[in-house]
Write a new protein. Sequence first.
Lengths: 290, 290, 290, 290
Amino acid sequence: MPNERRYVIRLGCPDRTGIVARISGFLADAGGWIVEAAYHTDPETNWFFTRQVVRADSLPFEVDELRERFGRVARELSPAADWSVTDMGVRRRVVILVSKEGHCLYDLLGRVHSGELDVDVRAVVGNHADLASITRAHGIPFHHVAFPAADPEGKAAAFAQLRQLVDASTPDAIVLARFMQVLPAELCADWTGRAINIHHSFLPSFVGARPYHQAHKRGVKLIGATSHYVTAELDQGPIIEQDVIRVGHADSVADMVRKGRDIEKVVLARGLRAHLEGRILVHGNKTVVL
Amino acid sequence: MPNERRYVIRLGCPDRTGIVARISGFLADAGGWIVEAAYHTDPETNWFFTRQVVRADSLPFEVDELRERFGRVARELSPAADWSVTDMGVRRRVVILVSKEGHCLYDLLGRVHSGELDVDVRAVVGNHADLASITRAHGIPFHHVAFPAADPEGKAAAFAQLRQLVDASTPDAIVLARFMQVLPAELCADWTGRAINIHHSFLPSFVGARPYHQAHKRGVKLIGATSHYVTAELDQGPIIEQDVIRVGHADSVADMVRKGRDIEKVVLARGLRAHLEGRILVHGNKTVVL
Amino acid sequence: MPNERRYVIRLGCPDRTGIVARISGFLADAGGWIVEAAYHTDPETNWFFTRQVVRADSLPFEVDELRERFGRVARELSPAADWSVTDMGVRRRVVILVSKEGHCLYDLLGRVHSGELDVDVRAVVGNHADLASITRAHGIPFHHVAFPAADPEGKAAAFAQLRQLVDASTPDAIVLARFMQVLPAELCADWTGRAINIHHSFLPSFVGARPYHQAHKRGVKLIGATSHYVTAELDQGPIIEQDVIRVGHADSVADMVRKGRDIEKVVLARGLRAHLEGRILVHGNKTVVL
Amino acid sequence: MPNERRYVIRLGCPDRTGIVARISGFLADAGGWIVEAAYHTDPETNWFFTRQVVRADSLPFEVDELRERFGRVARELSPAADWSVTDMGVRRRVVILVSKEGHCLYDLLGRVHSGELDVDVRAVVGNHADLASITRAHGIPFHHVAFPAADPEGKAAAFAQLRQLVDASTPDAIVLARFMQVLPAELCADWTGRAINIHHSFLPSFVGARPYHQAHKRGVKLIGATSHYVTAELDQGPIIEQDVIRVGHADSVADMVRKGRDIEKVVLARGLRAHLEGRILVHGNKTVVL
């Protein structure tokens, strides 16, 4: 039963009376067995959001037919509707970008190894080679792409190579697992809604470089981590998940870095999981997590 | 708009295909504007739960008519359906039971005073008189009922008086805000689903008397509080809400008592709020909080 | 025993070998029974901090004599030493400043009433009169000082009156319990190290006005509260204590305001308690909480 | 500087006036530079605890001489004194016991790989072979010891083999990283104060087998994890560290298992770190973490 095939239906559209009835009526008419259903209406923008999970074997047709039929319902509800139908029986493809820090990668690989995160990690790309060995020990290709700091042309070439490596996998998620390069606006645009970053602060505090140093200097009593979709504006994308951990006057920057890792990895993993399960609907610069 | 009148519809029944469609279709046909909708299916018991919030002014009939019509839908879905329709425009009535410790009462009165908790506190009953003054300063009647420890007859008479004082208010919630008397089974039965207790431990740890002493003795690193519905079995009722706070070796029992108060009061207030908003559906000995 | 009289000795000075030996030797020679002792050295500034709690009845002299003798030790350790000796047997004096929101005041009064916070609340000053009644119900004087928004002279006069009311109590702590007026630089300076504010955000996020609106707009997944010493630069003073609570896409600004109150009040109360127990040593713009 | 060599001095003894002066005087006389110092007195048992960290290069003698000299001080303070002097420049030796679940092992190996946990993992022993590959990818020997369930003799032989494998490494810590076998009383005794277990519940709730199933059945709103020293009585040893995570009615047992892993691994890692840094002083069945 945990492996039964499921479809995830998602819809965002202007709110009005009868949307739930229309969708659930459509599903009931087709015999659809709804396993999970969540709704949200944003009263400020008057926007309606839903995510429904249907057992594949309860429907008398395949996913393409469901997509076509539900598409008609969605367009009828509103020409502005933003919707998708995803077959969860198809394994998600993931590419992970790293630098030297391995805690997020170890964490993700552990989840993949145990089957908790049932995805196809197509590649890990690092701007350093430190994490090649652990990656390959899992039978996953590791690509080293150097980003020369003081060489704009070399850097542009590196980003072109990165793009090629990533796009070749047509990933459902591009995970910046403490990747220390700022993506060019063009890549941000092309990877919109698929690139997830972990920032090592409780955003919007401490945007940019060396957030733990900033936190230490300000004397905060909690430090945090934020997973968010990558957008062209640095550390300003829609926030998916956040968490914090307590620190004190006795914690040096190094202590904060160490303690912070433990929340970075879970905040990234939770964000990635929600993304892959189709739980996140982005609206403006905010997320609705259903 | 925050004061617009709303109806809360709740339903629990055996799960099957088409329930959501039936309910949302019913509401859509009547023009009902759904403000909030939440669903849950328990795969173990195959039981379906929903809570829907509808704007009163979107329906062309009054609450009694809604109750009658929805009752027909519910019975049609299942003869075993457990359902209710509540008019949130009618202020909830609350009776609070206390002993000497005032932190929960202060907290609740503060919420009532600010309007955050928009209820009618009909009475506070104390087995000590310590909290009479703060109660009366809010214009709320305070009744002192002594429970003589070593006098079974006197105690039975006290419980009879308590019952009379409480029942006279026909309360929607009976809040045991650190009331230190164990209710007789008969009262538990009569007040089923309406009596909410705060227990000063993270249940099921440290049932019964002096939980902070038990926690201190065991050397735990977190202490907790639990709000739950009162049942005849002490501290075994359906759990509504829980929270914890960190303690350490330097905390004496008195420190734990002090730190624990800060979670007791919020765990009780959150539980009471969820109860009054009709968010809690009890099933077996567990709660579904929608 | 919980009421045994205690002295709190605090010292901050440049670190060097032998400080602990010098202080503990001084106390041991006098027969001093140390109940609590905490130390911290900041490796960046090479500054040493200690707080020691001594039983008064273990010393053969009174607090003035202890102050004189310990002062000699402190000056000997460093002419730059910053130190104090406080007799905890003398009740601390507190003045509370409020506006309309009562949750922090209710919380503090509840703690005072129960004896948890064993202080002498000399006065509550409000720029609105909403909280006069609950204050006076506790036998505490309430003063209403109006701060006319568009009248600079009237406002200056109000601050002069506020200062007079506060200073007349020679308070050990001036608590800005959601007081909505920005103190003039002069008052900040005069009340340095005694004025504690609760800011309703997780600083340094959302400085200034309407932090919950800012948080809602940014779409954060946690909201916070910060208690800090007041300085001339708005919301930039040394942070004493912080905490957060989880929010989600379904939380409106009003929900955030409501949920936030529950952490504001505990973060303020914890900060005030630490201050009154002499646990906070300020160094630069940071606190060491011993 | 982070790699400067340090000695950790620990002492527990009956409390009396002058202990701190005696110890700090002894260190000051030798020129000892105290980097960290923590004290605690348990008022119930009147027991004094301290942990001091001294820079090795500040002392004019080696660790053996320090041990001999401090031993004299300790015995002089009390014949009942329990003390140790540890050279932190000597890498700690660790043996890890596992079954099939790999999240704790992955987590520990990640910390070792990054240098965060600077220990010598001498061996991993598993009663299943699932984690052999990831262990060996780190250059660490993996030993598979099968524990036949229904064969008491075979099981006894397996424990004898386990003991031999572990003892051969003379480990400073034996980490039961979700090892699913209950250690015989004899092993518990021999490994007293060195064997650390992670139990997947918030003890004392849900002792023994399948704690997440127990938690799900009781309907708790938070689940927890506990790291503790192993003693002969199952799940009753001195608690080192605990943490919790929120769950709700929608979480199945499988969801709890998954969410719980994220706290199990950090609670174990924090406990192990505190143990290796000599921060934990056991007294009766409780820990003092300095």
